[in-house]
Design a protein around this ligand. Structure first.
Ligand code: AMP
Ligand code: MG
Length: 410
């Protein structure tokens, strides 16, 4: 399928993304975890506050609590008790009296305001207030942070360290979350060697599974790494069958184009319903997506930049949906481009850019230079993608372009 702007036979990027998302079924199984073990899990329930935070009116200062009506009669009040954090004042007080109070201590029922200790004169039990006060000063009211019954976190929210703290502050000890996804990784290629091994003539080091595994760890899934599988029909088939049995999603890199050693297509045609797409995007034209008997399959191109960009822009979005997490919000900006950019109409480009603050205080983006799909170091230098729409031709320095800031996965 194509549209007005893509080359014939190429699938527009947004259609590829939508087509893929339509086929993703989110996990339904949940587990109950203590909050100390729940970081990065996706909430399977809405959390409403079981109590007011803070639970009682309390003092924001070390000082003296009193009723404002008392100060209308006299500037000097009689000290009759103390309220400390964790041991509140238990007695009664009358007009003309005040209570020593510490930060966080419960406000005595008979008081409505607090004066900080620096602003009083103390003569034994006679406390003289040196400044005029307003009702409720230096008092933190019950429920001013969170009201009882208020929704605090929503189903689909991925729990951050701060969220864990908020849950603790509500007295919530356990949460129901979706189980972790299991994702299998397979790198295909006879030329690939692991870092630490010696390279023979024609070999290169395998990097895709390292990048992908690190990104998947950030996504908070369990990675089952199958390592490097040689370009051999039986070996690839055995790896895919085993991966499909163990994982919710199987991700391979390499072998999705139509080279002589690209067995992935033949194997997958055997095992499942896999679409081999030519997506109108650069880098990353060849991409495979579909269903194996038990899992979904993403076939990334072998070139390191293409593998990373298709994983980040397509597979990560699908896996996020599969986790039940709220969809990724990526920050897009319109900024001036300070370099010329090469581009021909027909595909959507994800060029590597460096966004900086220019001399005039405005944001400017420049290209990292060579945009070859094998040049992984161009991604390491970049901090954003310059996203150029399909129909766009070359860009002249000074023109405005759309950039997508790198998110936490890159
Ligand atoms: P392929 O898609 O298998 O034709 O591979 C395209 C290019 O990416 C070739 O230059 C491969 O050597 C390279 N490549 C494939 N897989 C990897 C990998 N896992 N790590 C680094 N480079 C790779
Ligand atoms: Mg290959």
């Amino acid at each position: 399928m194509s549209d007005c702007c893509s080359a014939p036979g190429l699938l527009p990027f947004s259609q590829a993304l939508n087509r893929m998302l339509e086929q993703i079924t989110p996990v339904t199984e949940t587990v109950v975890l203590p909050i100390s073990k729940a970081m990065n899990f996706v909430l399977a329930e809405n959390i409403a506050s079981p109590l007011n935070v803070p639970p009682h009116d309390n003092s924001a200062m070390d000082g003296y609590a009193f009723s404002l009506a008392s100060l209308k009669k006299s500037e000097t009040l009689t000290l009759v008790g103390r309220s400390m954090a964790g041991s509140p004042f238990q007695g009664q007080c009358q007009l003309g009296e005040c209570i020593r109070i510490m930060t966080g201590a419960k406000m005595p029922d008979c008081c409505d305001s607090v004066e900080m200790q620096e602003n009083v004169y103390v003569d034994n039990d006679n406390i003289t207030f040196l400044q005029d006060k307003t009702l409720g000063s230096h008092v933190r009211n019950a429920g001013e942070d969170i009201r009882q019954g208020q929704q605090v976190l929503k189903q689909g929210h991925k729990l951050s360290p701060v969220d864990i703290g908020v849950l603790a502050s509500l007295g919530v000890a356990k949460v129901q979350v979706y189980r972790k996804l299991k994702v299998a990784l397979i790198a295909t290629g006879d030329e690939l060697k692991l870092p630490g091994q010696a390279l023979l003539s024609g070999d290169i080091y395998e990097s895709n599974s390292f990048v992908l595994s690190a990104m998947l760890e950030k996504l908070h899934v369990d990675v089952i790494n199958f390592g490097i599988i040689e370009d051999d029909f039986e070996a690839i088939k055995a790896a895919f069958i085993s991966a499909d049995k163990q994982a919710d999603a199987v991700i391979s890199s390499g072998g999705v184009s139509v080279g002589d050693a690209d067995y992935t297509k033949t194997v997958l045609d055997d095992l499942g319903e896999i679409g081999f797409w030519k997506i109108a995007m650069k880098p990353g034209k060849p991409f495979a997506f579909g269903k194996l008997p038990n899992s979904v399959f993403f076939g990334l191109p072998g070139n390191p930049v293409s593998a990373l960009v298709t994983f980040h822009q397509l597979a990560l979005v699908a896996l996020t949906k599969m986790q039940n997490a709220q969809s990724l919000k990526r920050t897009m900006l319109q900024v001036k481009c300070s370099s010329d950019l090469r581009k021909s109409p027909g595909r959507m480009d994800f060029q590597r850019g460096v966004l900086t603050v220019g001399d005039a205080g405005d944001n400017v983006v420049s290209s990292t230079g060579s945009q070859g799909s094998g040049i992984l170091s161009s991604l390491a230098q970049a901090n954003c993608f310059i996203i150029l729409p399909s129909e766009q031709g070359k860009v002249k320095a000074g023109e405005t372009v759309t950039v997508q800031l790198f998110d936490q996965y890159l």
